[in-house]
Design a protein around this ligand. Structure first.
Ligand code: NAP
Length: 250
């Protein structure tokens, strides 16, 4: 007999956690992805891809598949699925643990401007043309069409299709992690003056933040959304430890 665990993923930590737990004979694992990227990163565990149909659909999935533990290891800006996970846990009675990365903390030399939304980030760029680096998801780029005066460098995992309706935009596709040295070279090569980013936390996308500090570049940082108040741990190690106590041997 094994404990069935469903991990809601789409992050490097979720992948790492799944790979670590998959070698453990006490657990049967499934990792769930939303299906946002055309080709997901390689995973060595059982995958399911696509939405559940809201909190009710997720609750039904948990019951039907006799899941013993739901783990929300989604990105800190994926607020809808985290809310659904909390609601589905209540509806089904299946316990929930969250794996939440701590946000980056401002350091001396950082030129951060906190904003509450993508729309506020667009406004914070100002009226004067600037050279802007955007590292947001494809679906969050559209509001920048309201500020066509800027020169954009846009990096995404998949191509931005259709491209933004702005006269000056350069697109690059790449998948992290991104190191500071390479990020600094990219920012310098494109003469970037300001970055718009999320406070994702973790090391994989911190390179641009460190590079911006070193180069004196402004960062418009979109604040984290509110997430449900559920039991959470801050690292893969802590989650593995917590599971040992939460799921005693069968
Ligand atoms: P979201 O707005 O919170 O969720 C929208 C809907 O997508 C959910 O209601 C759910 O559909 C489905 N969904 C989201 N994550 C899922 C998962 N892991 N497995 C199955 N269905 C999922 O999510 P999002 O911000 O678009 O993020 C989508 C995925 O990308 C997440 O896995 C997240 O970890 C990852 N990601 C997000 C960001 C970001 O900045 N938001 C950055 C990096 C990675 P149903 O209601 O039909 O179940």
């Amino acid at each position: 007999m094994k404990h069935s665990i469903l991990i809601l993923g789409g992050t490097a930590e979720a992948r790492k956690l799944a790979e670590r737990l998959s070698g453990d004979p006490r657990y049967r694992l499934e990792l769930s992805l939303a299906g946002r990227t055309l080709v997901p990163a390689e995973h060595a565990v059982q995958l399911r891809v696509g939405g559940f149909g809201g909190a009710d659909g997720l609750a039904e999935y948990l019951r039907e598949n006799r899941i013993a533990m739901l783990i929300d290891a989604t990105h800190p800006y994926a607020a809808q699925i985290s809310a659904n996970a909390a609601a589905a846990s209540r509806l089904s009675g299946v316990p929930l643990l969250a794996l939440r990365r701590a946000p980056w903390q401002r350091q001396e030399g950082d030129r951060w401007h906190a904003v509450a939304s993508v729309a506020e980030a667009v406004a914070a760029l100002g009226d004067m043309p600037r050279r802007v680096f955007l590292t947001l998801g494809r679906q969050e780029l559209l509001p920048f069409e309201a500020a066509p005066q800027h020169d954009y460098l846009i990096r995404s995992v998949d191509p931005v299709e259709p491209p933004l309706d702005v006269p000056h935009a350069v697109y690059i596709t790449d998948r992290g992690p991104f190191e500071e040295v390479q990020e600094a070279a990219l920012l310098s090569r494109h003469g970037i003056e300001v970055i718009v980013a999320k406070n994702s936390g973790g090391p994989a996308s911190y390179g641009k933040i460190a590079a911006a500090r070193a180069l004196g570049i402004d960062v418009v940082l979109i604040e984290r959304p509110a997430l449900p108040d559920v039991e959470a741990v801050g690292s893969v190690e802590a989650m593995i430890e917590r599971l040992v106590h939460a799921l005693p041997p069968l």
